[in-house]
Every structure is written in structure tokens, then in C-alpha cells.
Design a protein around this ligand. Structure first.
Ligand code: ATP
Ligand code: MN
Ligand code: MN
Length: 289
């Protein structure tokens, strides 16, 4: 049976019962950041995070021994029900259970078979400079624009960038995946020194792998404002295309400074994302012609 037919569990979120155990436990030895620092980070960005998280099936990455220990990628709470996080209190409850990262589907729970976005996950291979990563994002954006599609940008909180294309809920996962694969193949054929359309470290030495595999059914990507269970505790930060020049790394913002960055920002760089209506129909034809 398709995952789309599965039930969805909403997490309980009774704020009054939330107790953080081991608040002072260091979860990132490289910075000394603790479990309570992470809880405070999520509490402080909840209003920014929830629009990206709520209504979608999520997967969490739990790191009970901190970022240097074993990690667990969890897609279900009990049995095979998908997880949906309804509110900030539930985010904090997961954090209490040592969740560090929150990843989301491209579809919302009420229409699991009709994604409302596609994502190009730009993964730099070894020997790729940040200037090349930045250029690859601009090239993805330019090709999408040629195809009539607007896209939005975020850091991954790790090594790369994510380019996100909002969609009306018309197409199925297979259509979205086929389209994103065609976009990446086009880039790899026309700019073979810059892009690889194949995963695997050996295929991307000196190149950026524009990973379209985030777009299949049941696939997930770290949500905007999710922390990352890696040294430094980077966070995935939405940025304006005009600000890309000022970004130097995929983990430029971390749980320690993301909140200050948000309060200094003039406006939400993704403000127009939520109102932007577009479909793949014309783009698919243009790319094939
Ligand atoms: P970076 O910029 O460093 O690449 P990223 O978040 O884009 O950071 P990737 O390695 O490119 O990381 O992507 C991993 C993706 O695979 C995540 O988006 C995640 O949702 C998904 N995923 C699927 N299974 C797992 C798993 N077992 N552990 C971690 N991620 C998983
Ligand atoms: Mn990536
Ligand atoms: Mn990837």
C-alpha cells in the first residue's frame, strides 16, 4: 500500500507536562552547546519554524548521545503512522526526547499524494569552493526562471544549499521527481564541469550534485529553521537571493546566533513564497522541447 494511505498521528502537546531532563547535558562538544540551549533555540524560533513544519509528515533525527554519537532517523511514532507536529509545544516535546533535526515531506498530510513544492538539494563534492556552490544555486534559479518558475533559497545548515520551488497541489510525486531529474540532467549535460546528476562521492569530485531525489514520495528534507545534528549545530536558514553573496557556508547560522540574525533582518526573505501560485505544466513542456 502507498504511504499516502497511512494514518497520521498528531503528537500530544500539553505544555504543562513538558519537563526537560538533563538540561545541562552538552550535545555538541565542539561548542559546549547543551540540550537546554537547543530547547531555547526551538522555543525562540517557533513562530518562524511552524509554517514550515505544521501539517506535513515529518521525520526527526534523534541524537541521544549528542552530535558525535549514534543518531536515529525516525519517521513513525508507533507502528507505521506518519508523524505530524501541530504546534511549538510538540516541537519542544520532541526536543526533550533528543530530537535535533526536523525533516519534512514535500506534501501536506491532507493531500499526501499532491506535493506543494519541489526541492533541489545542492550537495558540493570534494574540492568544490563555496563560490561554486553559490554559482550552482544561481544557475538552478536561472534555469527555473527560464521555465517560468520562481524559487526560494535556504542554507541546509550543513554543507550546502536548498532551492525550493512552491507548487499548487496539482502534480503527483512521480511527476515532480521526473521534472526535477530532467532539470538536473539538463544542467549536468550543458554544464558538465559544474554539475553532476549522479549521487555518490566519486561522481561529484569538483562538482555540485543537484540532488533531485528529495522529491520522491516519502522523501524528506531538513525543514527551514531545523537545527542539524552536526558539530556546530548549524540551522537551515531561509535567505533572500540578493543576500547570497553574504553567505559563506551552509552552516553559517547556528542555534547560537540564528535568533539574533532573525531579529536584525528587515523582512522575511520568504514572504512571497507562501502566496506564490505556480504549476509545472508549462515548465515540463518547455524543458522537453
Ligand atoms: P548538506 O547541505 O550537508 O548536504 P542536507 O540536509 O542537504 O545537508 P543531505 O545529505 O544532502 O543533507 O540529505 C540527506 C537527506 O536524506 C535529508 O534531507 C533527509 O531528510 C534524508 N534522509 C533519508 N534517510 C535518512 C537517514 N537515515 N538519515 C539522515 N537523513 C536521511
Ligand atoms: Mn544536501
Ligand atoms: Mn543530498
Amino acid at each position: 500500500p502507498s504511504r499516502a494511505s497511512k494514518a497520521v498521528a498528531a503528537m500530544p502537546s500539553d505544555r504543562s507536562t513538558l519537563q526537560i531532563t538533563h538540561p545541562e547535558r552538552v550535545i555538541d562538544p565542539s561548542t559546549g552547546l547543551t540540550k537546554i540551549d537547543l530547547v531555547r533555540y526551538y522555543a525562540s524560533v517557533a513562530d518562524w519554524l511552524m509554517p514550515h513544519l505544521a501539517r506535513r509528515p515529518v521525520a526527526v533525527v534523534r541524537a541521544p548521545e549528542g552530535v558525535d554519537g549514534q543518531q536515529f532517523f525516525q519517521k513513525h511514532v508507533d507502528g507505521d503512522e506518519l508523524i505530524v507536529i501541530r504546534d511549538a509545544a510538540a516541537v519542544l516535546q520532541f526536543t526533550q526526547l533528543n530530537a535535533v533535526e526536523f525533516h519534512t515531506w514535500n506534501a501536506q498530510a491532507d493531500k499526501l499524494d499532491r506535493p506543494d513544492r519541489i526541492i533541489f538539494d545542492l550537495d558540493p563534492g570534494t574540492g568544490v569552493s563555496w563560490a561554486q556552490v553559490r554559482e550552482s544555486a544561481l544557475l538552478v534559479r536561472a534555469l527555473l526562471r527560464e521555465l517560468g518558475l520562481e524559487s526560494w533559497l535556504k542554507t541546509s545548515g550543513g554543507k550546502g544549499l536548498h532551492v525550493v520551488v512552491p507548487l499548487m497541489r496539482r502534480h503527483d510525486h512521480a511527476t515532480c521527481k521526473a521534472f526535477s531529474q530532467a532539470v538536473v540532467q539538463h544542467l549536468a549535460v550543458t554544464l558538465p564541469k559544474r554539475f553532476s546528476a549522479k549521487s555518490g562521492p566519486r561522481n561529484r569530485v569538483g562538482k555540485v550534485f543537484a540532488d533531485y531525489l528529495r522529491n520522491g514520495e516519502g522523501q524528506t528534507t531538513a525543514a527551514a529553521f531545523s537545527a542539524r545534528a552536526r558539530p556546530g549545530l548549524g540551522v537551515s536558514m531561509p535567505i533572500h537571493w540578493d543576500q547570497l553573496d553574504e553567505v559563506k557556508r551552509g552552516d553559517q547560522w547556528t542555534i547560537a546566533d540564528a535568533r539574533d540574525h532573525l531579529s536584525l533582518r528587515r523582512e522575511d526573505p520568504w514572504k512571497a513564497y507562501w502566496q506564490h501560485h505556480q504549476t509545472l505544466t508549462a515548465a515540463i513542456k518547455l524543458l522537453a522541447s
